[in-house]
Design a protein around this ligand. Structure first.
Ligand SMILES: CC(C)(COP(=O)(O)OP(=O)(O)OC[C@H]1O[C@@H](n2cnc3c(N)ncnc32)[C@H](O)[C@@H]1OP(=O)(O)O)[C@@H](O)C(=O)NCCC(=O)NCCS
Length: 181
């Protein structure tokens, strides 16, 4: 997209809001995820039914324009660091670069920090975007057992190490005020 048009889009005022997903949003969440198949793994309807309450959505006039979710990366060793992963982060193609991703990710970071994990993790094709929100590149080798859970079902690449997605993490400060909502 040309730089001028891009800037114009970012200057448009957003009139919608970020809110927790409701059950009736599930069909739209399903579609928004599928709009970006290169970057975002599709989710089945049964999966979304079981996990709809893990989603935040950006809604404007009844239309869901962006979605974001999260999952726990379980540890086998209790001394290991606790990690929450940002997943299913997708903005409708024609609504990208208008500030919706920023709103959703900021709200999700605030929500997840209240669970007091050691860090947040994301696997992404767009490390520059996540850098703006305090995420830093980490070696996939170091977190191999953690990402294995998601990668085991992926049919796109032979191994997580040959997948072009970059792993990025964000440390969580020790004390974060508030209760998860
Ligand atoms: C990546 C994505 C979530 C970003 O959301 P968005 O609504 O388009 O981004 P925003 O408009 O909120 O942009 C916020 C800032 O990030 C920048 N940005 C947006 N997309 C970017 C990208 N792909 N690379 C680098 N910077 C990017 C914007 O220019 C803006 O910068 P500024 O604050 O300096 O002006 C969205 O484009 C998307 O859904 N992409 C396809 C699916 C995907 O990759 N999801 C992430 C999976 S981990």
């Amino acid at each position: 997209m040309p730089a001028k048009k891009n800037k114009q889009k970012l200057n448009q005022k957003l009139t919608g809001q970020v809110r927790p997903a409701r059950m009736k949003d599930i069909p739209q969440i399903y579609k928004v995820i599928r709009e970006n198949p290169k970057e975002v793994l599709p989710r089945s309807y049964p999966d979304l039914w079981r996990n709809f309450d893990r989603f935040l959505v950006y809604e404007d006039k009844g239309k869901i324009k962006g979605v974001i979710s999260w999952q726990v990366l379980p540890t086998v060793d209790l001394k290991e660091e606790s990690t929450l992963e940002v997943v299913s982060f997708s903005i409708r193609k024609r609504c990208q670069r208008s500030g919706i991703g920023r709103l959703l990710l900021n709200k999700m970071i605030r929500k997840l920090e209240k669970f007091e994990p050691d860090r947040l993790l994301v696997l992404t094709f767009y490390p520059k975007f996540f850098k703006k929100f305090g995420f830093k590149r980490v070696s996939k080798r170091k977190i191999y057992p953690k990402i294995y859970l998601g990668c085991i079902n992926c049919t796109k690449y032979i191994s997580p190490l040959s997948c072009p997605e970059k792993a990025m993490s964000r440390e969580v400060p020790d004390k974060v005020e508030g209760v998860p909502q």
